[in-house]
Write a protein that binds this ligand. Structure first.
Ligand code: ADP
Ligand code: MG
Length: 445
């Protein structure tokens, strides 16, 4: 590609991302080269590369391809002096031979940067075990869990570690989608022998997001043969999926049973402690690049509390906060955080359901759920019922008729009456006010 083409793509990008973004993030990119469909830009800091990749990677790709360049990936490289000490070499360095078969590994996804907590400790331990190499003890290692919980990170970490231990080892990482793509291409090029040879010559095979092959019969068939051939040779296989083997519909039984025949471990949704640990680690990771950044007490705790279980969202928020803090040049306070991340915070607000409220309220007043919802009108049931109705009206977006339906099919006027009653009592009766406060807090926790 010529600098000229990049210049034209830049002009286009300026229109799509806006002048501000353009000035901050696109203009400073220094075009370095294109190789094998990967375009590389030099950036002053790793942070900037990460940021641009996340926020404008797609737009840059589209722009380039629109200008007739055949580019499938954008990569960023920091001239060696500016790189944080811990970061591993960039993906492109992995390529040992001219025809490296696997997908590139992300230099940030190592064991060093993986924070271990209760929800992922088993998966981490299993990954560590496999990364030590040696005789294969369980085959395959099957990692599964929801999106953004660290499956790909762990797989790359295993690959890095194995390759560090023994650079001759042929570690082959790719997504199930890429597996299929290569398979289809081999069929089209009538080159199945080379395809089979390639896959049977690896020492370690990693297939990410295997659920992708559900419903794709020919690909499954080929996967099954590859799998068996490697297991027969005692070669380690590592597979990830967004769900357990038995829950992937559209996969043949024999493959499911193969997938289950080794060690199956899941990554649980993150908890508060793990999220806090990950945030802390991000700060350490980027602190060199933002020496003047000050984060007020309580901000990390707030984020760990409020942002969903998906680590990708958590990281993205943190990076936005860093960028914002660097731009405004002020301490990042709780207020600034709420401003800067209002959309993310709103999206991850936990939805409280009427059913949850009913359960909490009946526990609190020590009555049965059926009595809370049922027809009895005695005060011991009626008052808690009104409290629950009031909370349902104020803490959910349900309408009065919808709430009525959930309370044994009561009329919306009954609900309205209950809500008003509690609003009134709240002012006069400190016991009720305390109850409401306690229940509200416990529901929001
Ligand atoms: P998945 O493949 O399960 O969808 P990824 O491995 O792509 O998720 O993780 C999403 C992002 O969250 C990545 O940037 C990854 O580095 C980060 N991440 C996930 N879990 C952890 C963890 N325990 N410690 C540090 N970073 C994590
Ligand atoms: Mg993944």
């Amino acid at each position: 590609m010529t600098d000229d083409t990049w210049g034209r793509v830049q002009d286009e990008l300026c229109k799509t991302v806006g002048t501000n973004n353009y000035k901050n993030w696109i203009e400073p990119l220094e075009f370095s080269g294109v190789e094998d469909g990967v375009i590389t830009f030099l950036v002053p800091t790793q942070f900037m590369g990460d940021w641009v990749s996340r926020n404008f990677g797609e737009a840059i790709l589209q722009g380039l391809n629109g200008a007739g360049e055949r580019v499938s990936r954008v990569s960023f490289s920091v001239p060696s002096t500016g790189r944080p000490a811990k970061a591993k070499p960039k993906p492109a360095v992995v390529a040992k031979s001219e025809d490296q078969p696997g997908a590139p590994l992300d230099g940030r996804f190592t064991f060093d940067t993986f924070v271990v907590g209760k929800p992922n400790e088993l998966a981490h331990a299993a990954a560590r075990r496999v990364s030590e190499g040696g005789p294969v003890t369980f085959n395959p290692l099957f990692l599964y869990g929801g999106v953004g919980l660290g499956k790909t990170h762990l797989m790359h970490a295993i690959a890095w570690e194995l390759q560090n231990r023994d650079p001759r080892l042929n570690v082959f990482y790719l997504s199930a989608e890429q597996f299929m793509y290569r398979f289809v291409q081999a069929l089209r090029d009538k080159d199945m022998i080379a395809f089979k040879q390639l896959f049977r010559s690896v020492d370690v095979l990693m297939i990410d997001d295997v659920q992708f092959i559900a419903g794709k019969d020919a690909t499954q068939e080929e996967f099954f043969h590859t799998f068996n051939a490697l297991v027969d040779q005692n070669k380690q296989i590592i597979v990830s999926s967004d769900r357990a083997p038995t829950e992937i519909s559209g996969i043949e039984d024999r493959i499911v049973s193969r997938l289950q025949s080794g060690l199956v471990v899941d990554l649980h949704p993150t908890n508060y402690e793990l999220r806090l640990g990950i945030l802390q680690q991000k700060i350490d990771q980027y602190s060199e690049q933002f020496p003047n950044l000050v984060i007020a007490d309580g901000v990390l705790e707030f984020l760990a509390h409020r942002i969903s279980t998906n680590v990708r969202v958590l990281e993205g928020s943190m990076m936005r906060l860093f960028a914002f803090g660097a731009l405004v040049g002020r301490e990042i306070t709780l207020e600034l955080t709420q401003d800067c991340l209002s959309d993310v915070l709103r999206a991850s607000d936990r939805k409280i359901t009427v059913e949850e409220i009913q359960r909490k309220v009946s526990d609190h007043y020590n009555i049965r759920l059926s009595d809370l919802i049922g027809p009895k009108r005695v005060r011991t049931f009626a008052r808690p019922r009104q409290v629950a109705m009031y909370l349902a009206k104020t803490m959910t977006t349900r309408s009065l008729p919808e709430i009525g339906r959930r309370f044994g099919g009561r009329d919306h006027t009954t609900v309205m009456h209950g809500v008003r009653k509690i609003e009134e009592l709240k002012q006069q009766d400190s016991q009720i006010a305390d109850d409401l406060e306690l229940l509200r807090r416990s529901l929001e926790a």
